[in-house]
Design a protein around this ligand. Structure first.
Ligand SMILES: [Zn+2]
Length: 284
């Protein structure tokens, strides 16, 4: 059973310039056994950039998006659960954990729970977690017209754009990979639409096009692709605030061009992918 409550719907009045720009904040609370997860949606007024942040310990993306939305409108939907990358639950004497970016399919959630928990929780717990994913998608109000834009941050040394190449641990996830010689490998844009990929590649931006054959891992990108929701993830290394803001602006400029030519409206139907699932590194 879905247990959630609209807690607050109010006008924010504070002294900060960025929060001054927020027109409305809505908070939805969802109970996961002993833990409460919060979905906070900050609405900055009319704007085409509508962001989602899933990982509670990734703040550079959220801070960059707040500045951007204060300038250009839009909204930010954040999942908050007390920090950390994974959501940890204690039920009785058992501890469970899962990656919130794996809760958008039964299969992906089961893999994540198995990976981060010593034993699997009862089906009712998994059901509560899946409900959280549904509530998030519902609160955000996904569209097959405008892209779902996520914000992620990574740390130096583990994941970067080369992880998607044939030699990387995410091989098979990408249809195509373009690596700019001018950018840090930790800073990239991950998309599900070839038009986004082509545009960003032409702008010499690190970009990855997700394969239609990407593994069903319960992630929001795979969910979006399956549901014909255009998807863009703007991801930078923790602390790369200015680069994060620049990449957000590049996506904004791209969408404005596509909106002006009405390309966004036909993105899903006109999408063409290469048949090969082998990663292609395309350097100039
Ligand atoms: Zn993340």
């Amino acid at each position: 059973m879905i247990q959630f409550f609209i807690l607050m719907l109010f006008l924010v009045q504070t002294s900060s310039a960025q929060t001054d720009s927020i027109l409305r904040v809505s908070v939805v609370e969802h109970l996961l056994s002993n833990k409460t997860a919060f979905l906070t949606k900050s609405d900055y007024g009319p704007g085409i950039m509508r962001f989602i942040s899933l990982h509670d310990d990734e703040n550079t993306g959220v801070e960059s998006a707040k500045k951007f939305c204060a300038d250009y409108g839009g909204s930010i939907t954040e999942l908050n659960y007390g920090g950390g990358r994974n959501i940890a639950l204690v039920i009785g004497t058992h501890q469970y954990a899962f990656d919130p970016n794996a809760m958008f399919s039964d299969q992906g959630l089961a893999i994540s729970l198995r990976r981060y928990s010593k034993i699997m929780p009862k089906a009712s717990v998994a059901s509560q977690i899946r409900d959280l994913g549904r509530i998030l998608i519902n609160e955000y109000e996904t569209s097959t017209v405008m892209p779902l834009i996520t914000l992620h941050n990574n740390t130096q040394g583990n994941f970067d754009i080369t992880s998607y190449l044939n030699t990387g641990y995410l091989t098979g996830t990408a249809d195509s990979v373009y690596i700019s010689k001018k950018m840090d490998a930790d800073d990239l844009i991950f998309v599900t639409e070839k038009r986004f990929y082509d545009h960003l590649k032409a702008k010499d931006i690190n970009v990855v096009l997700q394969s239609y054959n990407a593994k069903e891992d319960g992630s929001l990108s795979v969910y979006a692709q399956k549901h014909q929701i255009p998807y863009i993830n703007i991801e930078v290394q923790h602390g790369h605030f200015e680069e994060n803001y620049r990449l957000i602006t590049e996506v904004y400029e791209m969408l404005k061009i596509m909106l002006a030519s009405q390309e966004v409206l036909t993105l899903s139907s006109n999408n063409t992918f290469s048949k090969s699932t082998v990663n292609r590194q395309e350097n100039k």
